[in-house]
Design a protein around this ligand. Sequence first.
Ligand code: G
Ligand code: G
Ligand code: MN
Ligand code: NA
Length: 255
Amino acid sequence: YVLEKDMRKAIVNEDFEMYYQPQVEPGTGIIQGAEALIRWNHEEWGLVSPGEFIPLAEENHLIHNISDWVIKKVCLQLREWRDKDLTLRPIAINLSPIRFFKKGLVELVKQQLELHQIPAKYLEFEITESSLLKSEKGVLSTIAALKELGVKIAIDDFGTGHASMNYLREFQADTIKIDQVFIKSSDGQNKKDRAIVSSILHLAKGLDMKIVAEGVEEYDQLEFLKQKECDLIQGYLFSKPVPAEKFEQMLGTGY
Ligand code: G
Ligand code: G
Ligand code: MN
Ligand code: NA
């Protein structure tokens, strides 16, 4: 309850901040995008992880306010980068499935893009595979309306939600994000995980979808993904999520 009360206060006070984790080409290290990840700087406890407060916000409806704040913040950030003449890269926003059940999402996105004169292709929404599974027709039509605006859609945590093939048929996603568990490989699972990753990469290529591998921490993982022509990698090996100013420096230094 204390956390909930503080969260309401944090929305008003804007105690949240967006961090950005680069997505890079495995061959060149060139930054081609980023995932936006929310951080809560709590006055007493310091940084509170979204893994803790997002599930709570999904229960008490504050997720609507937080989701809308994130969309506005990222659009404003893109505008600031454009105003500084930085080369824009697509930014991926994690979207809670709960947000779909309240009206106005598509309108908000359209309005923010217009307000800041940002081409829609610079926004991508990540939707987890498991949330798609549970979703109804209304969700799919909202996704279609977002796509109509020109924003991109990514399936997050791919491979863990059992949605798989039928969803890839029915649902026009642009990007697949391979879940960290298949990249990290605990001991003894390495051979199996590489077979799974290879087949997901092959599948994505056939479907003309972009593939992002998450949780890349080691060089041999990078080498493997490069060899298998994975489009982009994201993980601590290249960079952890960083504040906007830091990400800006990384863009500016010609990665
Ligand atoms: O950044 P970190 O690894 O701590 O994120 C933990 C979890 O919180 C991840 O599942 C991530 O998708 C989720 N998350 C991070 N930022 C956001 C956000 O802005 N909105 C939503 N809905 N989830 C987020
Ligand atoms: O659920 P989602 O895939 O959106 O969550 C992304 C989360 O993964 C973020 O919280 C981010 O901090 C975390 N993350 C990103 N790269 C790595 C990595 O290389 N290793 C680990 N352990 N976590 C990572
Ligand atoms: Mn994500
Ligand atoms: Na993920």
